[in-house]
Design a protein around this ligand. Structure first.
Ligand SMILES: Nc1ncnc2c1ncn2[C@@H]1O[C@H](COP(=O)(O)OP(=O)(O)OP(=O)(O)O)[C@@H](O)[C@H]1O
Length: 412
């Protein structure tokens, strides 16, 4: 089975067979490629070391995503999984990455919302939407992720870079089970057929960073999986965890408490580590995850006890500020320079005098402030760029002036 591929798909909404769903003109496809293609071999691959900026501080600072990586987004329903992926797509408006969003059995209203969000905030002319609605035949839903990955591979094989969001693989597994049971295959654990692991491994192995000889292109995958009551050890989530290079876990309790994105920092992991981070960001956020984990523990232990000693109290106050910075509204992606500035200034205690409620204002105002006050530093934070000590000092001074403008004015 083959689907149309090529630049003509950019900006279009198509079904898994490549038929337009957006009412636009018929596709002038460059060629038709098979939906089941072999994954690149080991020799054809390169190391995953270039970053994909998602614009979300908690991800870029603690679980950085690399070009060619497969990172699972996992969580209960309505905890913000799709929103994180959409924010990552929107942030590619200022990069060279082509995005393919694959919706499998998602409500049409949800898909329409995603498309609208990308059209309003992102670069829709560099996105492809592959949609298999819940009302479409199970076979069509089954081929959707394979078709979407083939469409993205076209860009990877030309030496370009692509990001695929698969929303979601739990629904795909359920469709696979439905077809398997209808065709009389023996049911295994949770009634899934025995080959469901192979099915998803075969799909996600196609995400890769290609070697220079192969053009140096990359295909990054963000598969989404839904859990039931936070149960990460169910069959499909554990399968997917073992196939991917890490997982971002969303927590219902955090979401209910209002921490959005509700990423559970303790349960999430990127198995590629800081290698994929832009250099300046890696230097600025080196200990952030550890500091945050320590803060969460300290906060829990001191909740019911007596007054903590001053050092512990200061650590908790710093942690609270970090938590306030990690909460980030939708469609307000941060650039590398913004993230570096926030991490450095937090580490230098510049936010300590600010009230927690002011940090959201500070974060929202920071990008425009740095454009106006530290424009010469913006170029220093490319993938290989680092800040030397004078540049870091200049950046901290710029942030300090913004902090001062937010502090209440004392009467002369
Ligand atoms: N960072 C955020 N700031 C504010 N609101 C958010 C944020 N992230 C998610 N939300 C809100 O949370 C709600 C659920 O988000 P979303 O639909 O992305 O969750 P989901 O886990 O993908 O849901 P589903 O299980 O239905 O696919 C949405 O209304 C969204 O606007």
């Amino acid at each position: 089975m083959r689907v149309p591929v090529g630049a003509a798909l950019l900006g279009r909404v198509v079904d898994p067979l490549g038929r337009p769903l957006d009412g636009g003109s018929p596709l002038q496809a460059e060629r038709f490629d098979a939906i089941e293609r072999a994954a690149p071999t080991i020799i054809e691959r390169d190391l995953v070391i270039q970053p994909v900026q998602t614009g979300t501080l908690v991800i870029d600072a603690m679980f950085a995503l690399g070009r060619g990586q497969r990172e699972l987004i996992l969580g209960d329903r309505a905890t913000g999984k799709t929103s994180l992926a959409v924010d990552a797509i929107i942030n590619q408006r200022s990069s060279d990455i082509v995005c393919v969003y694959i919706a499998i059995g998602q409500k049409s209203s949800s898909v329409a919302r995603v498309i609208d969000q990308v059209r309003r905030h992102g670069a829709p002319e560099r996105c492809v939407f592959v949609v298999a609605s819940p009302a479409s035949a199970p076979g069509l839903q089954w081929i959707a992720p394979f078709a979407g990955v083939t469409i993205a591979e076209y860009f990877r094989d030309k030496g370009g870079h692509a990001l695929v969001v698969i929303d979601d693989l739990t629904k795909h597994a359920a469709t696979h089970r439905e077809i398997a049971l209808l065709t009389g295959q023996p049911p295994g654990r949770e009634a899934y057929p025995g080959d469901v692991f192979y099915l998803h491994a075969r799909l996600l192995e196609r995400a890769a960073k290609l070697s220079q000889e192969k053009g140096g292109g990359s295909l990054t995958a963000l598969p989404i999986a839904e859990t039931d009551a936070g149960n990460l050890s169910a069959y499909i989530p554990t399968n997917l965890i073992s196939i991917t290079d890490g997982q971002i876990v969303f927590d219902t309790k955090l979401y209910a408490e209002g921490h959005k994105p509700a990423v559970d920092v303790g349960a999430s992991v990127s198995r590629l580590g800081g290698k994929t981070q832009a250099k300046a960001l890696r230097e600025a956020t080196g200990t952030m995850r550890l500091d945050y984990a320590q803060f969460l523990e300290l906060e829990m232990f001191t909740r019911f006890g007596e007054q903590p000693e001053p050092r512990v109290k200061a650590q908790i106050e710093r942690g609270k500020r970090l938590r306030a910075l990690l909460g980030q509204p939708l469609f307000q992606p941060l650039r590398v320079i913004d993230q570096v500035a926030l991490a450095l200034a937090l580490g230098h205690g510049q936010f300590d005098p600010l009230a927690l409620t002011d940090l959201a204002r500070l974060r929202a105002a920071l990008p425009a402030w740095l454009d106006a006050n530290a424009a010469d530093l913006l170029a220093c934070t490319g993938a290989d760029g680092t800040l030397n000590s004078e540049q870091a000092t200049a950046l901290l001074e710029a942030v300090q002036r913004l902090v001062d403008s937010l502090l209440p004015k004392t009467a002369p």
